[in-house]
Design a protein around this ligand. Structure first.
Ligand SMILES: [Fe+2]
Length: 222
């Protein structure tokens, strides 16, 4: 009986510990699946080293704090009150988890009719939106992200953030729910493109997952 009690206490504490940890979701395709746009070595290092470090450091930064019980989105919403370690790593984890899903080896995915209409209404055309997003990525000085977001009034907007910040953070200039994000850190492209960030940005349109972006748009405007 005594043994059983000890076992149960251990099981509960292990479960509680596990629930408080953020984790990477498995990459939804092989490291080489986006070859031509993103090379396998970059993808592997990006996922297994850079992104893995953000989540490990996030878990370390929130260990033993009330943040362990919060969702990632909730933490981002009051990030101005948190340490640089939480800001950088919570952002880094959120941003990369989104990034993997908005890329795909599937060819010629298209925006849903609803998203296509919203894109036309806001930007004039899909090509105009692509140009605006690529420019946001190219103009970001240093490291950061370019975003397509749905704002609080359900409109689409293009924005850019520095480092691992994102539009869900209370410190963001343009706030909204990201439905597409482009990583413009050098670690995302330097092995294949070196200093040619514009070439990387252009190539990403061949592997953009408009199905997933449309799904996120639908969820956000509900
Ligand atoms: Fe990255």
């Amino acid at each position: 009986m005594k043994i059983k009690k000890i076992f149960l206490a251990g099981a509960i504490s292990a479960a509680t510990f596990a629930a408080a940890q953020f984790r990477q979701t498995p990459l939804p395709y092989a490291y080489n699946a986006l070859e031509g746009s993103v090379d396998a070595q970059t993808m592997e290092i990006h996922y297994t080293k850079h992104a893995a470090a953000y989540v490990a450091n996030l878990n370390k930064a929130i260990a033993g704090t009330p943040l362990e019980k919060e969702s990632l989105e909730k933490i981002l919403s009051h990030i101005s009150k948190e340490s640089p370690a939480v800001r950088n790593n919570a952002g880094g984890h959120y941003n990369h988890e989104l990034f993997w899903t908005v890329l795909t080896p599937e060819k010629n995915t298209q925006p849903s009719p609803g998203l296509a209409k919203a894109i036309n209404d806001s930007f004039g055309s899909l090509d105009a939106l692509k140009e605006k997003l690529s420019k946001a990525g190219a103009d970001r000085f240093g490291s950061g992200w370019a975003w397509l977001v749905v704002t609080a009034d359900k409109k689409l907007a293009v924005t850019s953030t520095a480092n691992q910040d994102n539009p869900l953070m209370d410190i963001a200039e343009v706030k909204g729910t990201p439905i597409f994000g482009i990583d413009v850190w050098e670690h995302a492209y330097y092995l294949k493109y070196q200093n040619k960030r514009a070439d990387y940005l252009a190539a990403l349109w061949n592997v953009t997952n408009w199905k997933e972006i449309s799904r996120r748009y639908g969820e956000t405007i509900k």
